[in-house]
Design a protein around this ligand. Sequence first.
Ligand code: DC
Length: 226
Amino acid sequence: MSGRRVTIAIDGPAGAGKSTVARLVAERLGYLYIDTGAMYRALTLKALERGEDLNDGEALSALAAQTDIRLAGEGPLGQARVLLDGRDVSAEIRSPAVNGAVSLVAQVPGVREALVSMQRRLAEGGGVVMDGRDIGTVVLPHAEFKFFLTAALAERARRRAKDLAAQGHDEALPAIEEEVARRDRLDSERAVSPLRQAEDAEVIDTTSMTVDEVVGHILGRVRGLT
Ligand code: DC
């Protein structure tokens, strides 16, 4: 592999395996992993803590403009460590309360503007793997590699349940499946930057693939062309 450090965009719905895969691909390439969902989650946590009205787009946009979000190395369960105004919130941003509210916060145009510009700054210079919903379409339309990970709803719910249980949040599978479906709907139907596959993205259905298989596939593509 040559020394060229490219930019890799990974999008897809909740539970498709994006963050696990993106983190491992970054690790194997010695790249920076940027979890953009964690950024929306951190802002959502702040809004909840402050008792903001989640339907007040102006208040949420103002809050986003005054918020410092950093991703720093590895946190619990191998996920990115997230610092919200200097405070480590890596665990709190995965709570059911944040899961339930994050789609509302993420649909506010002013919130997206603030976070997208942070994300673009982080990706300057290449050598990054970024995952989210709008990375290949909006944040990094010129990324050298774009992948869109999907999986059947039932499988995505099962993976979510496992993640939640590992973090001490036991929830019944049907409720999780409903929550994942609700987030799919909100994320796909919102007016600004909806979840959508970039035309030049490669779709990978991970329903019956292992994490290693997905990572191997992506590394194969990237190593073949860098
Ligand atoms: O990937 P995740 O479940 O951590 O993402 C949390 C929420 O943030 C998800 O419901 C949609 C939103 N999101 C977004 O709108 N744009 C992104 N680039 C990443 C996440």
